[in-house]
Design a protein around this ligand. Structure first.
Ligand SMILES: [Zn+2]
Ligand SMILES: [Zn+2]
Length: 288
């Protein structure tokens, strides 16, 4: 699978970075590697911050080299030195699997997204402080909807092992899961009229008892995805999901999807074969 040629030191660092950290800290390379996403599946840059948000899905400007993350305050409470968990760097992860709380992604004071200081910067980093305004971060501890948590956990299994079981949708590869999320949410943002989208959004809010006026982005998108897939294919949300998927696939017949950055010719064939399989699987789901 294609991982992109760029180094993201916080998720998939170069061997030389690991070697240097290992030399300086005495932590073995093997252990350091387990602290990265190197062995996890990746498809269409799915790790990008707020990957399924309107902003990322409707523009094509990738956010390279900025390590945004979202954090769970409860997790910090048990740390002797608070540290950022690997999972929080996956851009669509919205809920702490241990505490079921919605992760905090922004500073309450300056609204900046949580991020770490650059790798080469010598200053000490603490995840309890905002890198932007230097204030202590304020963490809210809202409980997540169990349906959204269970979707996130199934997606994480897919990402970790390259295959997963989504309730009523069957067994899917990671590429198929990420492709499905892409198709449904792109369909939602791009193949609907403003009026239709508003109507759907209020139905979604009602079905999920979603009370936020300004919801955390990662959580809102994951919840929308849960609404569009939960109870497939007969619930109100899933019916809409199927319709959006159908529209998206029809649209792709005319304009092929070029998600991600350009890849070299050697990778082209593998890439096309994967895309074709994803497409076939999504068409199947449409008919189910
Ligand atoms: Zn936690
Ligand atoms: Zn701040």
């Amino acid at each position: 699978m294609h991982h992109g040629g760029r180094s993201q030191w916080w998720r998939r660092p170069h061997a030389w970075i690991l070697k240097r950290i290992s030399d300086q800290t005495g932590v073995t390379l093997e252990r350091l590697r387990r602290m990265t996403l190197a062995s996890w599946a990746s498809y269409r840059e799915d790790e990008t911050s707020e990957r399924f948000s309107e902003r990322v899905l409707t523009s094509r400007v990738p956010e390279w080299r900025v390590f945004h993350y979202a954090a769970c305050h409860e997790c910090f409470k048990s740390d002797s030195t608070p540290y950022v968990r690997l999972l929080w760097s996956v851009g669509w992860v919205a809920i702490c699997p241990h505490h079921g709380t919605i992760l905090t992604a922004r500073c309450e004071h300056c609204r900046a997204k949580l991020r770490v200081s650059p790798f080469r910067q010598p200053a000490c980093f603490s995840p309890l402080k905002c890198v932007q305004c230097d204030d202590e971060l304020v963490f809210a501890a809202y409980q997540a909807d169990p349906r959204v948590l269970s979707l996130q956990q199934a997606m994480l299994r897919g990402k970790r092992t390259a295959s997963t079981e989504l309730d009523k949708l069957g067994t899917l590869t990671w590429a198929e899961v990420a492709g499905l999320a892409d198709a449904l949410l792109r369909g939602f943002w791009k193949s609907t009229t403003d009026e239709e989208r508003q109507r759907l959004y209020s139905q979604f809010r009602e079905d999920f008892g979603f009370r936020w006026l300004e919801p955390p982005v990662r959580y809102a998108e994951l919840t929308l995805l849960a609404w569009l897939t939960d109870g497939w294919p007969t619930s109100a949300g899933a019916k809409m999901g199927r319709e959006l998927l159908r529209r998206w696939l029809a649209r792709q017949d005319r304009t092929p999807d070029n998600v991600g950055h350009p890849i070299d010719l050697r990778q082209r064939q593998t890439h096309d074969a994967v895309e074709l399989r994803v497409r076939e699987r999504l068409s199947q789901l449409c008919r189910s």
